[in-house]
Write a new protein. Structure first.
Lengths: 226, 174
């Protein structure tokens, strides 16, 4: 009974995942990650700048104590300016308002060069060190080469063992809801023989339906002949 | 298929990790930069539209969710504006370029497609439906867009982005 319920519910949710808001969602649980054999990495370092702290691991960011998105790149630095702060990865620059709201994510075409190797701040604004040189911008719209060298570069700070453990728990890798539902529905969640078990249940259900129909129809057919 | 979930998901997670690291960028049909340069002949300076509370509310109504960021980059001359937008189809972002001229969509192109299914939305036969479309008073398109079997969510994402491009164009000219 439970198995049929799982099949029915997972099937329904799979068909209406978008409407139910499950698409793009992830489930984060240590036991689930271990069950799926996903290696969880503990963060080794944090980026700190003024009022903001960023710790990243397993494609997730813990930004000022809040989880920020999924499948995010490993940051290379964090800087704070007057009323904004910025996080750089090798391929993107994220500008945030002071309250943590994303102003804009800049990717390849909007960056002065790639990969971004470091982010810093100067009197002129944001500074990026890229493979093509060092560039600065006040608004992250237009970039110019930086000649003066008084830049405060963002550098990571090592985390203690206790901090790593605490952050690792917060940054547990996720399994997509879509994947989880598919595995539950197909039986793969239970391992190699799960799909075989689901197949047997399907055959059993078919047999029950056919024998039920037989038991219902045959007496009526006999009665009709007499 | 005798895949254990551990193994299959470990592979999936590897792919996701690679995507996160920027190794896998989806199917790139044209770099956004190249699209802008193709429209204008050269690459003009980018401008930004700040999404005020009112614009955010209207954009959220179009998208069905709040816009991801507070400012939107675009490129324009006297008549045309170019918007590079991203929206999730089912699980992944679709990046598309929209050229808006005089309040109507002049040209659409799918620039990056990351979903595993539904890539047919990049074909001209589908995209030409958007040509000359404009916003109706309720911020919907003035025409219906025919879907593609198996690409329903991607088609929906394209339609939402088309409406958003037209809406942003209107806001940028106020």
């Amino acid at each position: 009974m439970l198995f049929f319920l799982i099949l029915a519910v997972t099937g329904l949710i799979l068909n209406h995942g978008a409407w139910l808001g499950f698409d793009g969602r992830y489930v984060h649980a240590g036991w689930l990650a271990r069950w799926y054999g996903i290696q969880s990495e503990a963060p080794r370092e944090a980026f700190r700048s003024g009022h903001h702290v960023l710790v990243a691991a397993n494609g997730r960011w813990l930004l000022d104590g809040k989880i920020s998105g999924e499948r995010l790149p490993q940051p290379v630095g964090l800087i704070e300016l007057a009323d904004i702060f910025a996080v750089a990865s090798e391929t993107a620059l994220y500008l945030f308002r002071d309250d943590g709201e994303l102003i804009e994510k800049l990717e390849r075409g909007a960056l002065p060069g790639a990969p971004v190797q470091a982010i810093g701040s100067s009197a002129r604004g944001i500074v990026l060190r890229t493979a093509s040189g060092i560039f600065t911008s006040a608004d992250a719209l237009s970039w110019r080469p930086l000649t003066q060298r008084s830049v405060l570069w963002s550098a990571p700070a090592e985390l203690s063992v206790a901090q790593r453990q605490a952050y690792e728990e917060a940054l547990t890798p996720g399994v997509s809801v879509q994947q989880l539902l598919l595995d539950l529905h197909s039986g793969r969640f239970a391992g190699r023989y799960g799909p075989v078990f689901v197949d047997l249940l399907a055959l059993l259900l078919a047999a029950v339906s056919l024998t039920g129909a037989w038991l219902f129809l045959v007496p009526r057919l006999h009665r009709g002949r007499h | 298929m005798n895949w254990r979930p551990r193994r299959s998901l470990a592979l999936l997670m590897l792919a996701l990790g690679a995507a996160a690291a920027g190794w896998v960028r989806g199917e790139v049909y044209q770099e956004p930069d190249a699209f802008v340069a193709e429209v204008f002949g050269t690459r003009p300076e980018a401008k930004v539209l700040w999404l005020t509370k009112d614009i955010q509310a209207q954009a959220a109504a179009i998208l069905g969710h709040p816009p991801a960021q507070l400012r939107q980059r675009y490129w324009s001359d006297a008549h045309r504006s170019v918007w590079i937008l991203e929206e999730i189809g089912k699980e992944e972002f679709i990046t598309a370029g929209f050229v808006v001229a005089d309040g109507r969509i002049e040209h659409v192109r799918v620039l990056v497609y990351r979903e595993s299914r539904g890539g047919e939305i990049r074909y001209p036969a589908f995209l030409k439906q958007f040509r000359n479309s404009k916003l109706a008073p309720d911020n919907t398109l003035d025409r219906s867009i025919d879907g593609i079997a198996g690409a329903t969510l991607s088609v929906g994402a394209m339609e939402r982005m088309a409406r958003l491009a037209l809406f942003f164009d209107r806001m940028s000219r106020q």
